[in-house]
Design a protein around this ligand. Structure first.
Ligand code: PBG
Length: 322
């Protein structure tokens, strides 16, 4: 007879035992659902490369938010699809208080006061160049972009955004936004910094959804090199020192080491964004019958949480707890 004393399999014997010993749980309160907003009324527009995700006009978006809140997911990251005619090189529409996003924030807040609204700060959905910052002679200008981003963040805060989320990766933006928000009395508006945002191939479907792909060049002079790990810690130190309230890693699944590093090296809450390409991969394989959709996304999200994410942005957040 074999005389094994330690038998790890003893703890895996039944589901009741496994659930008792499970180290990582997914709870609706930890999720942020990204949502795409379009102009008009009674519109639900499917997005080809994101099956199951739609662009909603504000009235339909409010319904979507209500049904999500009913499942316990109460935080939303809002992304507006701006008409091409309203895009220009300086993203002026981003600071228009009568624009699609500010008007919608106010309506959502009055219809669903408990919804936590997080707004993206970056020029790309509004820029005719499709870049997150201001382009001059083929270069992305840093300090000149900050002014535009601050005016965008203030427009969102005035409309009622709870948290602004700079996703632009310009240097010094967290401090710049914090100062601008505080100067107008928005001390309570939080900053969720896209701290370690990589120049990733996994953003493709998102750019389809907003028609926001760069018209020329790529984002490698501001988004991080996927090969770099220590640089994420440098970004984290800066964002923390500049007053960020939460730090984000993006994408998530290919960057679990970065999530873990940030969790261990800072005391701020860590968010991770399971981006559009991560969603689309699972959807596409499941549509072909190549893997079980729910099992695959639960496993993927569990690994993101296990790596150290306190908060997860996911396009699966609405179906996860249905
Ligand atoms: C815009 C922005 C992007 C995403 C979130 N905010 C795209 C990009 O940086 O090109 C990607 C989200 C996703 O792929 O789900 N600054």
């Amino acid at each position: 007879m074999n005389e094994l004393i330690s038998r790890p399999r003893r703890n895996r014997r039944t589901e009741s035992l496994r659930s008792l010993l499970r180290e990582t749980q997914l709870a609706p309160a930890d999720f942020i659902l990204p949502l795409f907003l379009c102009p008009g009324t009674n519109k639900v527009e499917p997005i080809g490369s994101l099956p199951g995700v739609n662009r909603y006009s504000c009235d339909r978006l409010i319904e979507k938010i209500k049904s999500s809140v009913a499942t316990g997911v109460k935080a939303f990251a809002l992304f507006p699809a701006i008409e091409t005619s309203k895009k220009d090189p300086t993203a002026r529409e981003a600071s228009n208080p009568d624009g699609l996003l500010p008007q919608s924030i106010a309506k959502i807040k009055s219809a669903v006061p408990e919804a936590l609204l997080i707004t993206d700060v970056a020029m790309d959905p509004y820029s005719s160049d499709g870049h997150d910052g201001l382009v001059k002679d083929g270069k992305i200008l840093n300090d000149e972009s900050l002014e535009i981003l601050a005016s965008m963040a203030l427009t969102q805060a005035r409309a009622g955004a709870d948290i602004v989320a700079p996703s632009d990766m310009m240097d010094g933006r967290v401090a710049y936004l914090r100062r601008a928000l505080d100067a107008e009395g928005f001390q309570d508006v939080g900053i969720l910094a896209y701290t370690a945002k990589y120049a990733s191939a996994f953003y493709g479907p998102f750019r389809d959804a907003l028609d926001s792909a760069p018209k020329h060049g790529d984002k490698k002079t501001y988004q991080m090199d996927p090969a770099n790990r220590r640089e994420a810690l440098r970004e984290a130190q800066l964002d923390a020192a500049e007053g960020a309230d939460m730090l984000m890693v993006k994408p998530a699944l290919a960057y679990l080491d970065i999530i873990s590093d940030l969790k261990q090296n800072t005391h701020l809450p860590i968010a991770a964004y399971q981006v559009s390409g991560e969603y689309a991969m699972i959807k596409a394989a499941a549509e072909r019958g190549w893997l079980n959709e729910r099992a695959a996304f639960v496993e993927s999200l569990t690994s993101i949480k296990r790596a150290g994410a306190d908060v997860i942005l996911s396009y699966f957040a609405d179906t996860l707890f249905e």
